[in-house]
Design a protein around this ligand. Structure first.
Ligand SMILES: [Zn+2]
Length: 241
């Protein structure tokens, strides 16, 4: 029995390693072909924990509790349509001092849309979020991480900065919290951007992973902070020059 457990554990570890290598390769490729954005910055003292696809009653309140208990600031990339359903959760995120970013209105694969549909996805979500929190949203994470030149032009027109990632542990496939944590731990470094996802199916895993990632950072004296526009702007200026 012990041997079987050991083999299963080794296979899981190997699968996790392959996941990290695969995502690193995809990320490196996308950094070359995608329009510019914030891919993290190793010269920064902090790293960034980000949550996509909320707000969700299954994850947002508990995440806010974990973040408050650990005195941690994070960044939430919210879907406009979900924000319309749960405006109080958006307000709570904002009032707790976390950063809020636009993750499109209905989470479409933007490069497949017409230019006017792209404009709608970006502008509508910004309107919804801005009306709820009383402030203009300045950060944008493209659904599925995919943009094209038209999306980039639209972001520029509306003064939004694209934020990508350095660690995406493929949590959407629900491998379990322990494996999400292991994949993220291999990538913990200053200036990095970690992506986890909100939602009913992912709730248990996301909450446990968020908690453990925060503890791991503490243990390694790595500080977490929210993404701010000034960081992405500096990075953009460097990339544009
Ligand atoms: Zn998403």
């Amino acid at each position: 029995m012990k041997l079987i457990n050991k083999v299963v554990e080794d296979v899981d570890a190997l699968t996790d390693l392959l996941s990290v290598v695969r995502i690193d390769l995809v990320t490196s490729f996308l950094q070359v072909v995608q329009p510019p954005g914030f891919w993290g910055d190793s010269s920064l003292p902090h790293l960034f924990l980000t949550f996509d696809d909320g707000p969700s009653p299954h994850t947002t309140p508990a995440l806010l509790e974990i973040l408050a208990e650990t005195d941690t600031k994070a960044t939430f990339f919210l879907i406009g349509k979900e924000a319309e359903k749960f405006p109080d959760l958006v307000k709570e995120i904002h009032q707790a001092g976390h950063a809020i970013g636009n993750h499109s209105h209905t989470h479409e694969y933007l490069p497949r849309l017409s230019s006017s549909e792209i404009e709608y996805q970006v502008v509508k979500a910004n309107q919804v979020l801005g009306d709820i929190i009383g402030e203009r949203v300045e950060l944008f994470r493209p659904p599925f991480g995919m943009m094209d030149g038209r999306v980039a032009s639209c972001l520029k027109k509306h003064n939004l900065s694209a934020v990508y990632w350095t660690s995406a542990p493929e949590d959407w496939a629900i491998p379990g919290a322990a494996r999400v944590i292991r994949r993220v731990q291999w990538k913990l470094k200053r200036g990095g951007i970690i992506v986890l996802h909100e939602g009913k199916e992912l709730a248990k895993q996301t909450l446990e992973a968020a908690k453990q990632i925060i503890y791991s950072c503490r243990h390694q004296h790595l500080e977490l902070d929210k993404v701010e526009l000034c960081l992405t702007s500096n990075r953009r200026r460097i990339m544009d020059s």
